[in-house]
Design a protein around this ligand. Structure first.
Ligand code: 26Q
Length: 829
């Protein structure tokens, strides 16, 4: 059923008036704030808590943005054009208050208003619990993209899941990761607008029945159970452009049938359990970032949110009399990895079963409505759903997938007669165990398939989907990832932003290539000094944070060398750790004198998937090494290891601007893109990195002199793999490496249990899937170049400035332009 507006046209003049924004003055702001505090929070200022004040401030900012939001929606309704539906199971948004103030250009007014109320705006910002509705890069990318879409005024809507618990909160107990629930909604959630009366019903399970009517086969799905999807809306403000887009996140609630059931049932407890079952669907984000476990609840989440989104769009956004044959002119659904790919058979089902279109017409429509972004190269990260689970949960969708596959394989046979091997390779249905390959489904149906960096897109074509790129070369394209300069420069690095604005003027935040104008200043000694002062101040800010947040005293005057990202073997945190242990071993035995070692603080931030054993072992080992090194008074001035727990967007915003060195050291050919790498470079850290993901493009742009490249290239990795990689030979052939590994294996860092260290070490020596040992020598050599470069701090600063000046390409605004031109067929918003 379509949502109905008011029953009759309003006549009161105020009801017809366009929304009027509050006045943009300190007085008006204070008034609005106190109003919210008194009448929404229900407290008087003198008795209010910080949380009351935070909520009231959020309401106040929201009020200012509200008019932009309503005007944007109205304007778009008045001039409908093709829009983007971004489907993502994750949005790693980060805190909203600062960004909203920035977007609305209300920061100064708000600060002064709070001052006049005797309140520190920084304390209120610190009160916000970030919505951590994502695992890592993919979720943060979605958040950067919606920011850019709003800033570019592209007609678009983001759809996703309102997890009640987002990414877990990480704590360390004896150096080992312990996960705690992330109750981000507990203290109130002022940024979302629940719309319970716009709920849509989503069905699951049951079976299908086919009948013939007028010679036509009609299939009906008779589902067994259903849940309601409640939309929660978030505003996505553009940067100072009067635009606000919508992010619509779905929350599961038991349907009325469940309620009735509870009411009538003799077995009350069982009935309540059934309700809890339904509401479990959006309870928690799966904290995995590469190895999907094929859990049924995860499939429920995926179907739940895409089915709700498609229905919402068709029933609420399209006009009543819309001819669905024209759907491809109205919307393009961008699939953020395979997580929303079940939307494809869902659209077919809607068109064929619900709207009665012939299969061929439905196929013609559906095959023009989707585009697919792949974010991985690891074979184990490609999602497959067992036919058992899929058939049980979504029997009609499984039938549709089979038919799509039959017709597709027919076309393969036509094109490559007799090549049954190829047919087997390309089948959407995998045999043994029987499962649906979601990436293949997306590739077959999507208009476009893109990778997320040049190298990744090339490997996607050549190695992951070679048969498909041979069949449809024109389907494949690249869009290199980007990051929003609003959050990751303007908001997180106010000092550098002010220096930039003072130097090249305003406007670079929405035209990031303008940072090129900074290039000449790399040779200006006075500018370099100011640039260094900024870095130094950011280090102080980080020091203050880590004291209060983690009770960790960051030493002064050391190079800050940062590796922050999810913990995964392919990202090679172990390579970083071997470097640290090598330095420590050398100093301890006297083979290295303190003068030979550049004083460094090594900062790690990383969460491990709770079920990823080796990743958790590595975390424990990093903490053990850190504990030993930090406790060794001989080297306090030289080596420090910091591993603040619970790395998230909020911590990233403080860490990245303080970094000197960015560690991007994945095995070549494994990191699809990386986006942290871009954030560091844009904030004036130099990168030590392999030729992998977007590192390749960063290095091309900043120049070889301003980037520390090391390690095997992707073809070299492939060659070594083919020839048979023997990690132990590298151990035996390199004295430093052997000493570092032996020291770890001796139990020197694990006070209780030396054998524990052996899980990691044993794997490195006997398996080392990601060739840590093979790249060790090259990495140590490159770190030597880092030390040498850092010793000449003037020239280091010059390189850092050139990194900032040459990374404008990595604005997510540019990524959005590329999607519009190469994938969406949208001129410009
Ligand atoms: C899938 C099924 C079941 C449960 C969880 C998942 C799942 C969830 C998240 C699988 C993967 C992810 C996240 C992947 C991710 O973040 N990939 C990163 O995407 C970035 C943006 O494109 C890239 O920069 C990184 O290189 C890539 O690793």
């Amino acid at each position: 059923m379509r949502f109905k507006g008011p029953a009759h046209e309003p006549t009161h003049p105020l009801a017809l008036r366009a929304a009027v924004p509050a006045e943009r003055t300190v007085d008006a702001f204070v008034e609005e704030f106190l109003e919210n505090l008194n009448y929404v929070q229900g407290v008087a200022l003198p008795r209010s808590t910080i949380n009351d004040q935070y909520l009231a401030l959020a309401m106040t900012v929201r009020r200012y943005l509200m008019t932009d939001w309503m005007n944007t929606a109205r304007r778009r309704r008045g001039a409908p054009s093709k829009m983007v539906g971004y489907l993502s199971a994750e949005y790693l948004l980060g805190r909203q208050l600062g960004n909203s103030l920035l977007a609305a250009d209300l920061y100064d007014i708000a600060r002064e208003a709070m001052n006049q109320c005797g309140i520190s705006i920084d304390a209120l910002r610190a009160q916000e619990v970030e919505p951590g509705l994502g695992n890592g890069g993919l979720g943060r990318l979605a958040a950067c993209f919606v920011d850019s879409l709003a800033t570019l005024d592209v007609p678009s809507i983001g759809y996703g899941i309102r997890y009640e618990y987002g990414m877990f909160r990480q704590t360390f107990v004896d150096g080992r990761q312990v996960e705690r629930p992330d109750s981000w909604l507990f203290l109130g959630s002022p940024w979302e607008f629940p719309l319970p009366d716009r709920a849509v019903e989503i069905h699951f399970g049951g079976h299908t029945e086919s009948t013939t009517q007028d010679g036509q086969e009609i299939t009906r799905w008779l589902p067994a159970w259903n849940v309601q999807a409640i939309p929660y809306q978030l505003m996505v403000p553009g940067y100072r452009n009067g635009v606000a887009n919508t992010l619509r996140l779905w929350s599961a609630r038991a349907t009325r049938e469940f309620d009735l059931h509870i009411f009538n049932s003799g077995d009350y407890e069982e009935a309540v359990r059934a309700q809890t079952f339904a509401e479990n669907i959006t309870k928690v984000l799966y904290p995995e970032d590469s190895t999907p476990q094929g859990k049924e609840l995860r499939l429920q989440q995926q179907y739940f949110f895409v089915a709700a989104s498609l229905k919402d769009y068709i029933e609420q956004t399209l006009p009543d009399d819309f001819d669905l044959h024209n759907l491809p002119d109205q919307i393009i659904w961008q699939l953020n990895d395979t997580h929303p790919v079940i939307a494809i058979p869902e659209l077919m089902r809607l068109l064929v079963d619900e709207y009665g279109l012939p299969w061929e017409e439905a196929w013609d429509i559906t095959s023009r409505c989707f585009a697919y972004t792949c974010h991985t190269l690891l074979p184990e990260a490609l999602e497959v759903w067992s036919v058992d689970i899929l058939g049980r949960l979504l029997p009609r969708h499984l039938e549709i997938i089979y038919r799509i596959n039959d017709e597709f394989l027919e076309s393969v046979r036509e094109r490559f007669p007799g090549d049954e091997d190829r047919v087997r390779r390309m089948s959407i249905i995998q045999e043994n165990p029987r499962a649906v390959r979601m990436a293949y489904l997306a590739t077959v149906v999507g208009t476009k398939v893109n990778g997320v960096a040049e190298l990744h897109s090339q490997l996607l074509r050549d190695k992951v989907l070679p048969d498909f790129s041979e069949m449809w070369p024109e389907k494949f394209t690249n869009v290199t990832n980007g990051i929003t300069p609003r959050r990751f420069l303007r908001l997180s690095n106010g000092r550098l932003s002010d220096l930039i604005t003072e130097t090249i003027g305003e406007g670079w935040e929405t035209d990031l290539e303008r940072l090129r104008e900074l290039e000449p200043y790399a040779d200006d000694a006075a500018f370099r000094q100011r640039f260094r002062d900024v870095k130094e101040a950011n280090k102080h800010r980080l020091r203050d944070l880590l004291i209060t947040r983690d009770n960790f005293a960051l030493p002064q005057g050391q190079m800050i060398d940062v590796m922050v990202k999810r913990l995964h073997e392919y990202k090679r945190q172990m390579l970083k750790l071997l470097h640290i242990v090598t330095l420590y071993e050398g100093l301890s035995t006297g083979r290295l004198t303190p003068e030979q070692v550049t004083p460094r603080t090594f900062v790690f931030g990383a969460k491990a998937a709770p079920g990823y054993f080796m990743a958790k072992e590595i975390i424990a080992l990093i903490n053990a090494v850190g504990k030993t090194i930090n406790a060794d008074d001989r080297f306090n001035e030289i080596l420090t290891v910091a591993f603040p727990a619970n790395y998230n967007v909020t911590l990233a915003e403080k860490l990245i601007p303080a970094a000197d060195l960015s560690e991007q050291i994945s095995l070549a050919g494994k990191e699809a893109s990386g986006t942290g790498n871009m954030k560091f470079a844009l904030n004036g850290a130099l990168t030590i990195g392999t030729d992998d993901g977007a590192n390749v493009e960063i290095r091309q742009l900043v120049g070889d002199d301003n980037f520390f490249l090391f390690g095997m290239s992707e073809p070299e990795v492939a060659a070594l793999g083919e020839q048979g990689y023997v990690p132990r030979s590298f151990y035996e052939g390199n004295d430093d490496l052997r000493r570092a590994i032996d020291l770890i294996a001796s139990g020197a860092f694990t006070d209780r249990d030396g054998s524990k260290a052996w899980t990691v070490v044993g794997d490195l020596l006997n398996n080392d899937r990601f060739m840590v040992l093979a790249d060790y020598a090259s990495y140590i050599e490159a770190q030597g170049r880092v030390d040498a470069a850092y010793a000449d701090y003037e020239s280091w600063t010059r390189s850092a400035i050139l990194n900032v000046a040459r990374c404008g390409f990595f604005s997510s605004d540019r990524s959005m332009h590329d999607y519009m031109a190469r994938i969406w067929g949208i001129g410009q918003g």
